[in-house]
Design a protein around this ligand. Sequence first.
Ligand code: 5AD
Ligand code: SF4
Length: 458
Amino acid sequence: MTDPRQNQGKSVFIRTYGCQMNVYDSERIVGLLKPLGYGVAETPDSADLVVLNTCHIREKAAEKVYSDLGRLKVIKKSRNKSGDDLKIAVAGCVAQAEGAEITARAPYVNMVVGPQAYHRLPELLARAARENGEVLDTDFAVEEKFDRLAERTADGPTAFLTIQEGCDKFCTFCVVPYTRGAEVSRSVDAVVAEARSLAAQGVREVTLLGQNVNAWASAPPAGMAGNTWGLGELCRHLAKIDGLDRIRFTTSHPRDMDDGLIAALAEEEKLMPYLHLPVQAGSDKILKAMNRGHTAEHYVKLIERIRAERPDIALSGDFIVGFPGETSEDFKATLDLVEAVGYASAYSFKYSRRPGTPGAAMQKQVPEDQKSEHLAQLQALLERQRVEFNQKQVGQSLTVLFEREGRKNGQLIGRSPYLQSVHVSAPKSMLGSIAPVSIEGVTPNALAGVLKEGEYAA
Ligand code: 5AD
Ligand code: SF4
């Protein structure tokens, strides 16, 4: 058999699990390895280095890493037989939380690198080559990480931009405060420099990322007086960048939804009318046990306040069913809250017991079959709301940012302000532009529309 790597430079295959922050980190890892001569491989078979950028949030995601490692071991062994090698790196949150376990369960892994230490991958690669053993780096060094990353290369008209990492909230179900560390905000100047560079490369929409993105806070930019800035001020400032036409941010926490941010949502047109604001559950007893720091009423009132300021805002949320102690009555309160709010989209999960979190040690764990039953009920309601929201757009005109070609000839796929996929017949030259589209129908996962006559050249 011929080796698919013949006659090629070095290459890296990255598999990304989990959230958008990992997607961002994977892009930065590719950027870090580029100066070392690494191109991107499409499969592990054609790579010299495989990076698994992992997620620890639920048990299933974490276990998947070990099954993927098992498959990589086979490739590595067969390479070793012919005197060659495949280097394997485990990055991300499983690396942070289970570094020692990875070393024990998969000793053939060469590098284990946490989410705040991946800027040191080039050094670790050199060490792994020298020592031919396993090297581990799970320090928390966020500031240094961002300083050490190279300039970004944009890939298309939309981009993620991490502005904040970590979490100090300690919800009792969640591993994030342990895997990503304490809340850290990047400076205004660093964020603006990255956003400007993206805009100069044709990026028209940025999504600001953070585990608690609306907890972002920093001093005003160099040379400007005044108090600490919050996310609202940052968004208004970014909105001044020419060429950047859409700004989004995710994920927000209800407790950090301050007046400045709500006012920015109301007044800044470049801020898209879509807000991901997880509530997790609708019962005050469960919210308290989760250590969310707010009640269901506080959340619903907050939504009312935001809607009063920006009436067209679409809401998205995260939900957990089957947190310890959740009865059918508590679950009913979640359904009531969903009915009261009305979501355009949502993510919902069965509670997963995560080692080391307070929830894992709680009494009254909920049986799996009850979790499954409640999840199915909740998802049916959320799906009904999603479909209703999409159907409401039929007959409306929405601006669409065209991101990529569709599967059909002459079709482009873009996003509405509400983050819906929109399929349109349009020339390829319109990729990267924003144009008004008449919405004519809905498909299971998207809207179908036509370009509005005479407005092609937006
Ligand atoms: N079990 C199930 N879902 C979880 N999430 C976080 N931790 C857990 C867990 N232990 C969900 C929350 C969070 C989203 C990112 O993942 O809903 O908002
Ligand atoms: Fe996890 Fe809660 Fe922090 Fe979100 S706010 S990252 S759910 S601990």
